[in-house]
Design a binder for this molecule. Structure first.
Ligand code: SME
Length: 137
């Protein structure tokens, strides 16, 4: 049973499941609004460690989603000028916001080492995951 797990332990399990089961999901993590600051803070993740544990709103793909409240699918990270590189192996990225009571409180961020791997099916699936996550926070 998962019932004795903390929220962060549950979120880490979600990251592990996604990274283990979908071959083009190579870094999977959560960022959350950092208190009342206009910045994101890295939560549970799997994949290469990143220096970008704090991301100001507006900066990078993640920071843009914090202000747009929209999914952001990046088929080719080299084509983005407002992008924060975490690893040179990354070719593509998808970020889906997490809403609690209509408020954008964080996001799931997935990097892929495969070029242009993400479809609308990934968006619908990850929106579902984010809805489930919003219910356990
Ligand atoms: N690439 C992201 C930064 C987070 S790393 O992917 C883990 C961005 O541009 O916001």
């Amino acid at each position: 049973s998962n019932s004795n797990l903390t929220i962060d332990e549950r979120l880490l399990k979600i990251c592990e499941l996604l990274e283990n089961h979908i071959e083009y999901y190579n870094w999977v993590g959560f960022y959350f609004k950092n208190g009342n600051k206009e910045e994101l803070k890295l939560g549970p993740y799997v994949g290469a460690p990143t220096d970008h544990t704090i991301i100001p709103f507006g900066k990078g793909i993640c920071g843009q989603v914090a202000v747009s409240n929209e999914n952001f699918v990046v088929p080719d990270v080299t084509a983005q000028d407002n992008y924060i590189a975490c690893s040179i192996t990354v070719k593509a990225e998808i970020v889906i916001p997490i809403f609690v009571n209509g408020e954008n409180i964080g996001q799931i961020d997935i990097d892929s080492n495969t070029p242009d791997p993400f479809t609308e099916a990934d968006e619908r699936f990850l929106e579902f995951v984010c809805e489930k996550v919003s219910e356990i926070l």
